[in-house]
Design a protein around this ligand. Structure first.
Ligand SMILES: Nc1ncnc2c1ncn2[C@@H]1O[C@H](COP(=O)(O)OP(=O)(O)O)[C@@H](O)[C@H]1O
Ligand SMILES: [Mg+2]
Length: 367
């Protein structure tokens, strides 16, 4: 796409076209392409330093790209300063004004925009109702819990109905229980308001729980973008497979291709998978989720499934986590404790592993 073409026809509310951001010698973002659909919640997920905050700051206009273009609602906003853009933002640190009441904190952005007073009062009341803090209007931030303060910050960010809501790790300062509760609350709020939201997190469960779409980032590049289910079930590479949940990496060698599919060797076991374009002798890596593996006893002399040795079994109430070994290759499995007669899972016990080969996802090298 050349720089003059506006992607106005696309339903994307936020669109990055080959956006690059350099800070002196550091390239924080390498030619990023991004499309965020109107009314959706989009999560940017990745380890610290991968460029998540930089991406948000570019949407806000706090930073400008060193190359490429940014469109919001079809308008090229590249170069436009933050005060000319329409966004609400919530950070990890609550950043409320300590000397202002809850209502005054929420009203702040409206006053800055010269909204008439009666309208301010109505909008503030509605926004506080939305985050269930209607009765807290006259309190000061220090009289609120961490979760309540973050709800005030959220009310302040949405009260003027911005085009985009930007949330930068807003829940990471909260404890686990509260964080999980707030994940659901923010999601409901976002769906009720149908507000285009970009949510930054380094917590994979948070991204899976909340987002319509997730972009997994590493070193200033998007490794994969898609629905939580796409990304979890069909990771493109080892980074995505292991960053998003636990995954076994199964090493295999291609033995040949038949009409019915490709034959591979996994630590001495012959498996047939859906035909893939790979020549005999090629080494491949597959992702296989621990919960896709089931275990059974070795029956008689003919083993169906792949035989594995138990290294350790960890009882976890509803599940058992198994550390296994297939001909020297470590593999983890998670099995549900469904109340059937427990098998011998002592270290050294040999068991048969079963899985649907369709759950083995061939991985590309991580860029
Ligand atoms: N203002 C800045 N000056 C120099 N380097 C920066 C600046 N902001 C971010 N960076 C660098 O850009 C990279 C991405 O940072 P950031 O977007 O904050 O990552 P994340 O939010 O994913 O942790 C990091 O290497 C960081 O050190
Ligand atoms: Mg950050």
């Amino acid at each position: 796409m050349n720089a003059m073409t506006s992607p106005a026809a696309s339903p994307a509310d936020v669109c990055f076209v080959q956006v690059e951001k350099k800070f002196d010698t550091t390239t924080a973002l390498h030619s990023l392409d991004l499309e965020i659909e109107r009314g959706s919640l989009f999560a940017l997920l990745g380890p610290s330093g991968c460029g998540k905050t930089t991406t948000l700051r570019l949407i806000a206009g706090f930073e400008q790209p060193t190359a490429g273009h940014i469109y919001i609602r079809g308008t090229d906003v590249t170069g436009l300063p933050a005060y000319k853009r329409s966004f609400g933002m919530v950070f990890q640190s609550f950043a409320l004004f300590p000397h202002l009441t809850v209502a005054e904190n929420v009203a702040f952005g409206l006053k800055m925009r010269n909204v008439p007073k009666p309208e301010i009062a109505a909008k503030v009341a509605a926004a506080l109702e939305l985050v269930e803090l209607g009765t807290f209007a006259d309190r000061y931030p220090r009289q609120l819990s961490g979760g309540q303060q973050q709800r005030v910050a959220l009310a302040r960010a949405v009260v003027f109905e911005p085009d985009v809501l930007l949330l930068d790790e807003p829940l990471s300062a909260l404890d686990k229980m509260l964080r999980e509760q707030m994940q659901v609350e923010i999601r409901h709020l976002q769906q009720r308001l149908k507000m285009t939201t970009v949510f930054v997190t380094h917590d994979q469960e948070e991204a899976l729980t909340m987002a319509d779409r997730v972009a997994v980032m590493k070193d200033g590049r998007i490794q994969q973008a898609g629905t939580p289910r796409d990304i979890y079930d069909r990771p493109l590479n080892e980074f995505v497979a292991t960053f998003l949940g636990a995954s076994n990496i199964i090493e295999a060698t291609v033995k040949g291709t038949e009409d019915t599919g490709t034959v591979i060797d996994v630590a001495g076991n012959t498996l047939r998978i859906r035909a893939i374009p790979a020549t005999t002798g090629t080494r491949l890596r597959f992702a296989l989720r621990p919960e896709k593996i089931s275990i059974g006893p070795i029956t008689g002399s003919t083993t169906t499934g792949v035989s594995a040795t138990v290294r350790e079994a960890i009882y976890r109430g509803s599940q058992t986590l198994l550390y296994l070994d297939i001909g020297g290759m470590p593999v983890n499995a998670v099995v549900q404790n469904a109340g059937v007669e427990p098998m011998n899972l002592e270290p050294g016990a040999v068991v048969a592993l079963h899985w649907d080969n369709a759950n083995m996802v061939a991985l590309e090298p991580t860029p």
